[in-house]
Write a protein that binds this ligand. Structure first.
Ligand code: 13P
Ligand code: SF4
Length: 303
């Protein structure tokens, strides 16, 4: 492993490359990354980096977002099979039909979506800013896609009328309200932090509803010592690594996103050496999708 690590380090320097990893990646990937973060943090980091080559350890929509924001950089995924099943639950044809049915509604698209869907949207959002993005709009009606549960969470926080899409995250729905109740009984002093992709029953039992980056910030500032974490399993590695004096308990060990586990150090080395596999969004889609992403980035959100 140390040889792989040192070779990655050497080639990274030679090629002026940077490794970005999502908080759900395997621990060994998080350890070799230059930066770990949530979807919003990674999008901003990709846009701000001086490196010409970005090795993106996450899922495809995240690498596509980096490609849209940085058309002059080479965006590489160590395993291009890493798709997000939720992103695949929204198709352009159906979106066009829904748009025709609600001509006055704004289209707010969660970044967990394909570039083609983003190109058909007015504005994007992430789990870190969804409520603020919806509230920033002039329109009183919003088509929110693809996550119905994030949509439901937003609807509970805004006065706007939300038109939901029938999408969800197959990993987060595995976390059950019973899991939270059981963990709370076992660790009554713990703060319950859950991701807004969780079902309403789980969200109702949470102390905080946060993006993965929001969870890191919350734990960092909190005086609490114990936390029940309702999100994908990889997050536990991140939190434990950053906070060795605090204790973290997964709400459920079933919440594993297999796509997020496809990145491995050997594949990162291969992708750095061969500059494969490139993710490049075609220009006509990229230009339109960028408008929706840029519009999101312009909205000021208190962190
Ligand atoms: P975050 O933006 O909160 O990291 O979430 C991304 C994701 O895919 C959640 O399932
Ligand atoms: Fe997509 Fe869910 Fe995996 Fe996140 S955890 S990348 S929403 S499938």
């Amino acid at each position: 492993m140390s040889t792989i690590k040192s070779r990655i380090k050497k080639i990274k320097k030679e090629k002026n490359a940077v490794i970005l990893a999502h908080n759900y990646q395997l621990g060994e990937i998080q350890d070799i990354a230059d930066f770990c973060g949530d979807s919003l943090e990674l999008a901003k980091k990709a846009a701000g980096t001086g490196a010409g080559l970005v090795i993106f350890c996450g899922v495809k929509f995240m690498a596509e977002t980096a490609s849209i924001l940085c058309p002059d950089k080479k965006i590489i995924m160590p395993d291009k099979n890493a798709g997000c099943p939720m992103a695949e639950m929204a198709g352009v044809k159906k979106l066009k039909t829904v748009k025709r049915a609600y001509p006055d509604a704004a289209v707010v698209t969660y970044v967990n979506s394909t570039a083609e869907i983003k190109a058909e949207s007015d504005i994007c959002c992430t789990s870190a800013n969804a409520v603020e993005i919806v509230d920033s709009l002039e329109e009183e009606e919003v088509i929110f896609l693809p996550d119905k549960y994030l949509g439901r969470y937003v609807a509970s926080k805004t006065k706007k009328k939300i038109i939901f899409w029938e999408g969800y995250c197959p990993s987060h729905v595995k976390i059950l309200a019973e899991d939270i109740k059981r963990e709370k009984e076992e660790y009554p002093e713990a703060d319950v932090l859950v991701h807004p992709e969780c079902t309403p029953g789980v969200i109702a039992l949470a102390d905080e509803v946060l993006s993965t980056g929001g969870m890191r910030n919350h734990v960092d500032k909190s005086r609490k010592k114990e936390f029940i974490i309702g999100t994908e399993a990889g997050m536990l590695y991140r939190l434990r690594k950053d906070n060795p004096n605090k204790r973290f308990f997964p709400a459920s060990t079933n919440a594993v996103c297999m796509s997020m586990k496809l990145g491995m150090p050997e594949k990162v080395l291969w992708s750095l050496e061969h500059e494969k596999t490139e993710v490049k969004v075609p220009e006509e889609i990229s230009v339109k999708a960028r408008k929706a992403i840029d519009r999101m980035l312009e909205v000021k959100v208190e962190s």
